[in-house]
Design a protein around this ligand. Structure first.
Ligand code: NAP
Length: 522
C-alpha cells in the first residue's frame, strides 16, 4: 500500500513504502537491544528503539548511531514514552524532546511522541523536531477502545507525518471499531491503528488490511520480550499470518473460543492456506461471550469460522442452517458465512474420527468402545455408527453414557465388564492423559483391541498410546483427528482438497516446539 505521507515531510527521512511490521525492541540495556537488532535486522529491517526502556537513553544513542550507520537498510523509530502514558521515561518534557531530537541525529528516521506530550510542548519545539525527523504522534488507551474519532481530531491539531491510535480490546467488537475507524480515515491521513490485549490480536493483522500503515511485532512474546500486551512475534506475523500478502481481497477465517491463546488451529490452517495459494488468513478470536463473537463474525466479515469450547453447542441456535451431523450431535465446529451474510453450520469432528480409522480398518461391523459422552464422544459414536460399526459407550457419569447410547442405538458398557467384549477399536474421547504422560483412562490390562485411538493430542504420545504400542496394538494419535477435522473445514471453506500431510507436519513441529519450552513453575 503506498503511504499518503503529508506533503511537508522531507522524503529523504522515510522510505516511500515502509515494511508492514515494525519490530519493537524493549530490552533494558542498549547492549541487549543492539544484540537483538543485530540478530533480527536482516529479516526485520524496520525497528522501533524503545529508548524509554533504557536507564540512560542519551548515553545509549552513540551506540545506536553506530549500529544504524552500519545497517543503512534499517528504518528506525526512536520512542521515549513517558511513564504517565504507558512508557518508562520519567524525565522532564524538555529532556524527552531532547532524547527524540538526538535519536534522529543518531539515525532514527522517525520519532514517536505521544499526543499528551505534544499538546504540552510549544508548537515551535514540535515543528523543529518534525523539521528534522518524520514525526509520529501517538495515543495509547490502556483500558478500552473508545472515542477514536475524537482522539484523531485532537491529534490532527499537531502537524505530523503519522498518527498512531492504540486502544485496548476487551471484546472482539473493539477490533471492529478499530477496523471501521481505519477504513474511514486512512484515505486522508497516514494512520497506524491497533488494539492491545489478547482480544486485540486480530487487529494486529487486520489493521493493515483496513488501512494501518504498518503494525508492531514483538521479538519473542513467550519470553516476555514484548512492549505491549497482546503483541504477536514479528516472525509469526510474517510466517504464520503472511502479513506482507494481506490485502483488501484477503478472506478472513478464524477460530473462536475461550480460552484460545494456545490453539494450534492458526498454525495448521495458515499452513494449508499458504500451501494451496488461497488468499486468506486465519486468526485466533478470543471471544468471552457468544454475542460478541456473533457481532464480530457479521461485522468483520469472516468467511469461515472454527468453533471450539465453550461455543460448540451454544452457537447452533444462531445458525441459519446446519448439516445433518451438526443437528444429530447438537454441536457445531465449523461455520461458513454465505455471501448474503447467512451462517451455515457443519460438524467436521466426525470426519476427524472416521478418516484416520478407515485408513486402518474396515469400519463396517467393527466393535468399538468409546470412552466419554461429551461432544467429541458424540461425534465418534454417531459417525462410526453411521458407517456400520457396533458401539459401546463407557462414561464416568453413567446416565450421560446411557443417554448417548440410547440416542445413537448403541450399547453401554460397565467398567467391570470390559473384559467380556473383544473390541476392534478403543476410542478415548475424555481429556484424561492431556498435558502429561502419566494419566490413562484405562488400566494396562484393560487395553485390549486391534486399534487404540486417543483424541488427546498434547502430548502426541499419551500414556494410553504408549501402553497400546508396547502391546503391539496399532495406534491413532489425536493429532490425526485434529488434522482431519481441520482438513474437512478447509475443504468446506475453499472447495479445494486439503494438504493434510503439510498440516500434520506443521502441527507436529508446533507441538514439539511447545514441549521443548520449559513449563513455568507453579
Ligand atoms: P467434553 O464435552 O467436556 O466431554 C468430556 C467427557 O470426558 C465427558 O464424558 C466426561 O465425563 C469425561 N471425563 C472428563 N474428565 C474425566 C475423568 N477425569 N475421568 C473420566 N472421564 C472424564 O469434552 P469433549 O469436547 O468431548 O473433548 C474430549 C476430549 O477430546 C478432550 O481431551 C479434547 O481435547 C479431545 N478432542 C480432540 C479433538 C482432536 O481434534 N484431536 C477434537 C475434539 C476433542 P462426565 O460426563 O462424567 O463429565
Amino acid at each position: 500500500m503506498a503511504l499518503a505521507l503529508s506533503s511537508t515531510v522531507a522524503p529523504r527521512f522515510i522510505p516511500q513504502r515502509l515494511p508492514r511490521v515494525c519490530l519493537a525492541l524493549g530490552e533494558d540495556t542498549v547492549e541487549d537491544m543492539l544484540a537483538t537488532a543485530e540478530s533480527m535486522a536482516r529479516d526485520n529491517p524496520f525497528l522501533e528503539f524503545r529508548l524509554d526502556y533504557l536507564k540512560q537513553p542519551l548515553a545509549a544513542l552513540p551506540k545506536i548511531h553506530r549500529f544504524l550507520e552500519t545497517h543503512q537498510y534499517v528504518t528506525a523509530i526512536g520512542t521515549c514514552r513517558r511513564a504517565d502514558n504507558g512508557g518508562k521515561f520519567k524525565g522532564s518534557l524538555a529532556s524527552e524532546l531532547e532524547v527524540l531530537t538526538k535519536a534522529h541525529a543518531a539515525g532514527c528516521q522517525l520519532v514517536d511522541l505521544e499526543m499528551q506530550s505534544a499538546l504540552k510542548a510549544k508548537p515551535d519545539a514540535i515543528a523543529r523536531l518534525r523539521g528534522r525527523a518524520g514525526l509520529i504522534i501517538s495515543f495509547h488507551d490502556f483500558h478500552a477502545t473508545r472515542n477514536l474519532d475524537e482522539t484523531l481530531a485532537k491529534m490532527l491539531k499537531i502537524p505530523a507525518d503519522f498518527y498512531k491510535v492504540v486502544g485496548t480490546a476487551t471484546t472482539l467488537s473493539d477490533n471492529v471499531a478499530m477496523m471501521k475507524f481505519l477504513q474511514a480515515n486512512s484515505g486522508q491521513h497516514s494512520l497506524i491503528g491497533v488494539c492491545m490485549g489478547e482480544q486485540g490480536v486480530i487487529s494486529r493483522v487486520l489493521g493493515v488490511r483496513a488501512g494501518s500503515a504498518f503494525t508492531f511485532g514483538a521479538v519473542d512474546p513467550s519470553a516476555g520480550l514484548k512492549t505491549a500486551p497482546g503483541q504477536i512475534s514479528a516472525r509469526d506475523l510474517r510466517s504464520i499470518y503472511r502479513i506482507d500478502q494481506v490485502d483488501a481481497a484477503t478472506r478472513i477465517y478464524g477460530v473462536a473460543g475461550d480460552p484460545i491463546g494456545h490453539s494450534l488451529s492458526p498454525v495448521i490452517m495458515n499452513t494449508a492456506l499458504r500451501r494451496e495459494n488461497v488468499n486468506g488468513v486465519y486468526l485466533p478470536l478470543h471471544a468471552k461471550t457468544l454475542k460478541d463473537l456473533l457481532h464480530c463474525v457479521r461485522e468483520i466479515p469472516l468467511h469461515g469460522l472454527s468453533v471450539t469450547m465453550p461455543y460448540k453447542q451454544s452457537i447452533v441456535p444462531h445458525l441459519d442452517n446446519t448439516d445433518a451431523h451438526t443437528a444429530k450431535i447438537g454441536a457445531c465446529n465449523t461455520v461458513v458465512r454465505g455471501a448474503e451474510g447467512k451462517l451455515y453450520g457443519f460438524n467436521t469432528d466426525i470426519a476427524g474420527v472416521v478418516r484416520p480409522l478407515e485408513q486402518r480398518i474396515t469400519i463396517e461391523n467393527a466393535k468399538v468402545l468409546v470412552l466419554g459422552a461429551g461432544g467429541a464422544a458424540r461425534a465418534a459414536v454417531f459417525g462410526l455408527k453411521e458407517r456400520g460399526a457396533e458401539i459401546w459407550v463407557l462414561n464416568r457419569t453413567s446416565v450421560k453414557g446411557q443417554k448417548l447410547a440410547r440416542q445413537a442405538k448403541a450399547h453401554t458398557m460397565k467398567r467391570a465388564d470390559l473384559h467380556k467384549v473383544a473390541f476392534d477399536v478403543i476410542v478415548n474421547a475424555t481429556p484424561v492423559g492431556m498435558g502429561n504422560t502419566r494419566d490413562c483412562p484405562l488400566k494396562d490390562e484393560e487395553i485390549q483391541a486391534r486399534v487404540v485411538f486417543d483424541m488427546v493430542y498434547d502430548p502426541v504420545e499419551t500414556h494410553l498410546l504408549r501402553v497400546a504400542r508396547t502391546k503391539g496394538i496399532a495406534v491413532i494419535p489425536g493429532v490425526e483427528m485434529f488434522v482431519q477435522q481441520a482438513a474437512r473445514q478447509f475443504e468446506i471453506w475453499t472447495g479445494k482438497p486439503a494438504p493434510a500431510g503439510d498440516m500434520l507436519r506443521a502441527v507436529t513441529i508446533a507441538l514439539q516446539e511447545r514441549a521443548a519450552v520449559p513449563k513455568p513453575k507453579a
